[in-house]
Ligand binder design. Sequence first.
Ligand code: KIV
Length: 287
Amino acid sequence: MDRKKKTLTDFNKMVVEGEKITYLTAYDYLTAKYQERAGIDMILVGDSAGMVQLGYPTTFPVTMDDMVRFTAAVRRGAPNTFIVGDMPYMSYQISNEEAIKNAGRLIKEADCDCIKLEGANPEILDRVRAITGAGIMVMGHIGLTPQFATQLGGYKAQGRSAEAAMKLVDMAKKLEEAGCWSILVEGVPAVVGKAIKEQAGIPILGIGAGSYTDGQLLIYADMVGYYDDFTPKFVKRYAEVGKVLQEAFEEYIREVKEGVFPDDSLHAYKIKQEEVDKFEEALKGNN
Ligand code: KIV
């Protein structure tokens, strides 16, 4: 099914009309294809790819080359979906120039529609201004921001005191002022997600931020039961893909061992009997 890719205008309209924005991560061609077929509004090619696709324990080792490769594959699978490319660790922290160059790579080489970066400290706000100044749309990301995990004291929910919650509201305002067109809020109580949404003049997407945000994101491998190293509290499982895969692999192994697969009447190429006869004659000459 061909459909029109959603734009900033469509997302703003959805927010005004109270239609929730659906948002999932993807890292490869096939997953993106099925998500587009299902009608997803937006795809994040997250640096969570480092854990989900590459098997690292954190997102820190992910490189720009990794992200360009994953994002370009997702674009091939979902040509008509709004795609957010994630800026990996140290691709934007160093300087405005590096940030613009790397954001530009995701747009030029991987054809995504916008980039996402984490945090809202003065340096990051400067990066947002620089990247938007270069004409690239930026999605902010606050709350449990994995690239700041050590400074946050680990991978844990944020905004759980009045002071910390107010700080997040302030960060969202600053990101909006710096030019972000939307903000992703991760790992905060629902009341904090609600306050950020109510105070913002731009779309607020949430992952583990309660039900009030303008849209919902999940890591696809969590929600289909594919990635099972750990499952955050806010994830709902919609399928058990890991179980289905493992069962299929086990059955394949059993059938090959038992000689059940392949069945030559079903899974082998045909050859004309006269060619078989000639072949057998030729083989005899070989002996
Ligand atoms: O990389 C990612 O998938 C993300 C989400 C965890 C928000 O940034």
